[in-house]
Design a protein around this ligand. Structure first.
Ligand SMILES: Cc1cc2nc3c(=O)[nH]c(=O)nc-3n(C[C@H](O)[C@H](O)[C@H](O)COP(=O)(O)O)c2cc1C
Length: 158
């Protein structure tokens, strides 16, 4: 399997963009841009996402037991770029507050899911997290779209 060929083919699968966040042992906010988020089950309500095992954020997410998935609106593309970088203090931009279930929530998102980790599994070069949704919310804001390595705005409904 050619890695570039695989990346290019996977990139054709168009997704939304999220910032997945948690609070670490010291009370600091931890988060990153992720498009591996997906729905898994409605009853019980489960979602999944994966984090590369080399990520410096991995220890915080494996210890936290709670995480939030902030589904970005198209106006939040700069935050997506910020949280996909190694910049110090990613949370200095955006309006953040810890939600009822103990994970940082971003204001102005298209949707948010507050989750409790029910499974974490090292698979390949990533850690697969499955979370039970404890609370969720949505807004009418158009979501940011990611395809083939580029950000897009949502197109027309057919
Ligand atoms: C659109 C987009 C989606 C991404 N999805 C993921 C993902 O699902 N899992 C992951 O581990 N990294 C993903 N990344 C890369 C991380 O955002 C990036 O490596 C970031 O630096 C990780 O934070 P860290 O330095 O704390 O590991 C994505 C990047 C972009 C731009």
């Amino acid at each position: 399997m050619d890695a570039l060929e695989l990346r290019r083919a996977l990139g054709r699968y168009t997704t939304g963009v999220t910032i997945v966040s948690c609070v670490d042992d010291a009370g600091g906010y931890v988060g990153l841009t992720a498009n591996s988020f997906n729905s898994l089950s409605l009853s019980p309500p489960l979602v999944l996402w994966s984090l590369r095992q080399e990520s410096p954020s991995l220890p915080a997410f494996t210890a936290a037991r709670r995480f939030a998935v902030n589904v970005l609106a198209e106006a939040q593309v700069d935050l997506s770029r910020r949280f996909a970088s190694r910049i110090e203090d990613k949370f200095a931009e955006g309006v953040w507050a810890v939600g009822e279930h103990g994970a940082p929530l971003l204001a102005g998102c298209a949707a948010v899911f507050e989750c409790e980790t029910v499974s974490q599994q090292m698979t390949g070069d990533h850690c697969l997290f499955i979370g039970r949704v404890l609370a969720c919310a949505e807004s009418a804001l158009p979501p940011l779209v990611f395809r083939a390595g580029h950000y897009h705005l949502l197109g027309e409904v057919l």
